[in-house]
Every structure is written in C-alpha cells, then in structure tokens.
Write a protein that binds this ligand. Structure first.
Ligand SMILES: Cc1cc2nc3c(=O)[nH]c(=O)nc-3n(C[C@H](O)[C@H](O)[C@H](O)COP(=O)(O)OP(=O)(O)OC[C@H]3O[C@@H](n4cnc5c(N)ncnc54)[C@H](O)[C@@H]3O)c2cc1C
Length: 511
C-alpha cells in the first residue's frame, strides 16, 4: 500500500498496487509564498489541531496505481508532468468541528486547501489540487457514514466519504435495497458527494425496470436517430438518462486496440473495423435505455420507441434475452437498477498504460447539432492522432457529449497531443457557441474564459463573491477558473502555452 496517501478505497484486493510501498524521498512541494521553516511550523500547528497522525507530508515517490488504489500524492491520470499538480500534504479531519479547525488554520497560515471526498475524479484531475503545494483535505476517509435513510421520502443523509458502492451495500444490509435504489454512474468507487459537486451524471430517474438496446448500422444515422429520440425524451416516454454511443467506443470494452485494422498513425480504420463492431452487435451507434414501471406501461412504451426509432433503416432492438452473456447490456441492466458494477474498467485494457481525459461539450437534442459536434471532434482528434470515442448522455432538454481521450500516460508526446487537442476543441466549440459541462483542472481557465458574455460578466460576479467569502484566497484557488485576488494576474491561469502550472517554477525553469 502507499502508506496512507491512497484514497479511502485503498487495499482493494483486486489492485496489484496495494502491496507497493513507495519510498519517502521526494522533496516536498511547498505552498506558494512560504518557506520550509514556516511550512513546518504551520504543519506542527495543524497536527495540534486535528492530531499528529492525521497529517501527512507528501514526500512519497509518485506511483500512479490504478482505479482501486488511487494515490492522493498527485493526479494519477496526469496530463501535465506527473509531478506538476501535487499537494504538499494531506490531512484527514474527523468531523465538521475538525473541518472548521482546518479552515481556520489555513486562513491563519495563508495555506491553500483543496477538499476532496474520495479523490477519484479521474479524467478531470483526480485528487490533485490546482495550485501546487496546496494541502489536500480528505473529507472521505474518516467521515464516511450513512447518517440517515428515509424510506418515506427516498432520501439519504450521508457524509462525504460514502461511495456509491458503500451506499448500495448499506441499503442491502438494512433491507431497504428492494425498495430504494441509488443513482450509480459508470463506476461505483467515487463518492456520491464528490460526483454531485463536480456535476456528475448517473443513469436512473430514481425510479422498476426493463433495459433494452437499439443499434443503428451507419455512422450517418446519428442525425435521424437523435431527431427521433427528442420527442421520446421531451414527452418522458424514456424516463432515465439513456446514452447513444459510438460503436467503436462500445467495442473498447471488449477489444484491445491492436485487434482492429489500423491505418496511418495508429488510428482505427473504421470501414475495415466495422465487421468486428457489427459482430459485437453494436452497429455504428448503439443506444442503451431503460423503461420503468409495470409491464402494462412499459410494453406500449417500448412498442412506441421501436416504431419511432425504426425511422433509421436497419435499426435493431435487443432485450437481455437476445444478447450473449458478455454483453454490456447486462451491466447496463444492473446500474439502471441502482446496482454498481466495475465493467467500465474493461476499457482500460484497450491501450497500454491507459488513462482517460474527457472533453465534455453540451449539445441540443438535435440531429444537426449532434452531427456537427461529432464531425468537429472527429476531425480535430484525427488531426492530433486520436480516435473519436464519443457518447451522448441524453437528458430531457440537452445532451452531455462525453468524448474519451484514451492515452498512454507513459508516452509524453501522446499526453501533449491530447492536451493540445482538447485545447483546440474548446476553442472550436466556443466558436459555434458550445460550452463544456465539466473539465480537467488544467483546462478550467480556458473553459471559464469561453463563458465571457458581456465583458466577462459571470467571472466578474464570481470573483466578487470569491473575494467576499474567501478573502485570504485559501479555498481551492483556481477551481473552475476562479482565482482569488491574491493570485490574480500573477500567471497562475493556464491558457495553453505554459509547460508547468506554477508561475514561479516556470520562471526558474527558464533561468
Ligand atoms: C472510466 C471512467 C468512467 C466514469 N464514469 C462517470 C460517470 O458515469 N458519471 C460521472 O459523473 N463521472 C464519471 N467518471 C468521472 C469520475 O470518476 C466520477 O465522477 C467520480 O465519482 C468522481 O470522484 P469522487 O466522487 O471521488 O470525487 P472527488 O475526487 O472526491 O471530488 C471531485 C471534486 O469535487 C470537489 N469536492 C469533492 N468533495 C468535496 C467536498 N466535500 N467539499 C467541497 N468540494 C468537494 C473537489 O473539487 C474535487 O476535486 C468516470 C471516470 C472514469 C475514469
């Protein structure tokens, strides 16, 4: 195990990394504008506030681990240098009183702090802070209780460290699981709170079920399929958050990249690969959805959906009884019924040392809009040497278009290309009036800069609020591109050309 600088879910028996014990021989990255003695004195003070064993200096070697052993020492899916977004220390308060002590301590010593619940925000920065040398406040490790579940109101009161998996297990243990479901996302190891605070998405409408899948044979079917889905969503015929996924993206769960016919620069040859994708039964696009309620209600709905989507020539429909035991549809059935699964982790086999970085623009539920975005992303990604792997998560009024960049994190050139490509895509999207719903720490300044209507009215308001509520600028400086006044105009914003995030380090590197 990584000493204790590993997330709450450490020691998972499936993780080969749990037995690794990194050495403590890396120099600590100090918070900005402090000296080693001042920092040591501040940490001593913090130990006095919450107990010496609950404060650890981050001096361990950086080991990326895996989903089951997420380090708190850095962003394990690093897109900048591995040692760029690193904290100076991690602390674990026990309760709200302890959190209050930590915040007062940070104000007293002007040390930036970065709260996390579990630290599995993988693809968006993981557990890492935006400002190097911040102190991570891990709220999940000691505050991880389900405080209350109200069966009557179908609500729960939980502490930050409650994972989807642990909430599910709690419901099973207390016998409430047959009446109450949770809204699980693709993977259940994150916290309910962290996912909500970073605007994450699950799949259920909180509601009895019947999952199905529909496949569309050609990539050009996207527009017709989306237009046919719009009324079904607006009229709430489909009540959950269904997804429309590129066949190749679905195939990454079953195949390694090298199993596909490849063309120049290692891109998948789509035409030649279609046979493999078709053999999986996913078509060029595959649609997963679930219907909730008694058969008397769901059967006519399913008939209507089939009729509506059959406007796409060659559309096929499958229920669980129609597909092989390996089909993802069985996993989809589980998590649309609130049952967590680890199936998404199979994607990590697609390329060696796989990491994800997500580009997540919003689209209207409109065929033309969806095609425009898919084309824009595909062209840009291929220019930078990446396959377009997109999924549309369909809400009642909009779609989250989540595009997965799969990169080998040991390949520096690939990392740089991934980052540069997303930077280009953020600008491309802004040009057509499209913004992102969520983004990686390294890209938050750029995305915030695209919401610039009326001479940056939103940012001016955000900054005013930030300065009023956090006058010393200690709470997550730089989160969502919002910088407190003590950091503003000093080169902390990342716009693209910077090699490292810390302006002081940048100057030193140049010298
Ligand atoms: C293969 C894969 C599939 C994924 N699928 C999905 C998916 O289906 N849906 C989805 O939404 N995401 C998905 N993700 C993204 C991510 O893994 C999840 O959203 C995860 O649940 C977030 O991690 P966490 O709960 O541990 O949050 P954390 O890392 O603990 O927190 C995320 C951020 O929220 C803030 N925060 C957290 N807790 C607090 C707090 N108590 N107080 C103040 N601020 C706080 C912090 O800024 C923190 O950096 C996926 C990622 C991967 C790699």
């Amino acid at each position: 195990m990584f000493d204790s600088l590993v997330s709450t879910a450490d020691a998972h028996p499936e993780s080969p990394f749990r037995l690794i014990k990194p050495q403590n021989n890396r120099p600590v990255v100090l918070p900005p504008n402090t000296t080693e003695p001042a920092f040591q004195a501040a940490l001593e003070d913090l130990r006095g506030e919450i107990g010496a064993e609950w404060v650890k200096v981050n001096d361990i070697d950086l080991v990326d681990g895996d989903y089951h052993a997420v380090p708190l020492s850095h962003d394990s899916y690093h897109i900048l240098e591995q040692d760029d977004l690193v904290p100076s220390a991690v602390c674990w308060p026990e309760n709200t009183e302890g959190v209050s002590r930590v915040v007062k301590w940070a104000n007293k010593h002007s040390v930036p702090i970065w709260p996390i619940s579990i630290g599995r925000n993988l693809g968006y920065g993981g557990s890492a802070p935006r400002v190097r040398g911040s102190v991570i406040v891990d709220l999940g490790r000691r505050m991880n209780r389900v405080l209350d579940v109200s069966e009557k109101n179908a609500t729960c009161l939980i502490e930050p460290g409650v994972q989807y998996l642990s909430l599910y297990e709690h419901l099973q243990k207390t016998g409430l699981g047959d009446r109450l479901w949770i809204d699980v996302p693709d993977l259940p190891g994150g916290s309910v709170m962290g996912n909500a605070l970073d605007r994450g998405v699950g799949y259920t409408p909180h509601g009895g079920i019947r999952p199905f899948m529909a496949t569309f044979p050609k990539e050009e079917d996207l527009a017709t399929a989306v237009d046919a889905l719009r009324p079904l969503m607006l009229q709430k015929v489909i009540g959950n958050v269904p997804c429309l996924r590129l066949g190749l993206q679905d195939a990454t769960m079953y195949h390694k990249k090298t199993e596909f016919p490849l063309r120049e620069r290692g891109l998948v040859d789509r035409k030649k690969s279609q046979k493999i994708i078709d053999n999986l039964g996913t078509g060029a696009w595959v649609f997963y959805a679930a219907l909730y309620g008694p058969d008397e209600i769901t059967q006519p709905k399913f008939d209507l959906i089939k009729k509506s989507l059959s406007v796409v020539p060659g559309a096929k429909f499958y229920e669980r009884k129609d597909v092989s035991p390996e089909s993802y549809l069985h996993d989809y059935a589980k998590f649309t019924a609130g049952i967590p699964t680890w199936r998404e982790l199979d994607r990590m086999e697609y390329i060696p040392n796989a990491s994800h970085l997500f580009f997540a623009p919003i689209s209207a539920i409109d065929g033309e809009d969806a095609v425009r975005q898919a084309k824009m992303c595909r062209e840009r990604m291929e220019e930078y040497g990446f396959d377009y792997l997109g999924t549309f998560f369909i809400g009642h009024r909009e779609m989250h278009h989540v595009i997965s960049f799969m990169y080998d994190k040991t390949d520096l050139d690939m990392k740089r290309r991934a980052l540069a490509c997303i930077r280009a895509l953020i600008d491309d999207a802004a040009m057509i009036g499209v913004g992102e719903y969520r983004t990686h720490l390294a890209l938050q300044d750029q995305v915030a800069g695209t919401y610039n209507w009326n001479d940056n009215a939103v940012m001016r308001l955000n900054e005013k609020l930030k300065d009023a509520m956090d006058p010393n600028g200690i709470l997550q400086p730089g989160r969502s591109g919002i910088w407190p006044k003590v950091y503003r105009g000093q080169g902390w914003e990342l716009r693209g050309e910077e090699k490292v995030s810390d302006p002081k380090k940048r100057e030193m590197d140049v010298l």
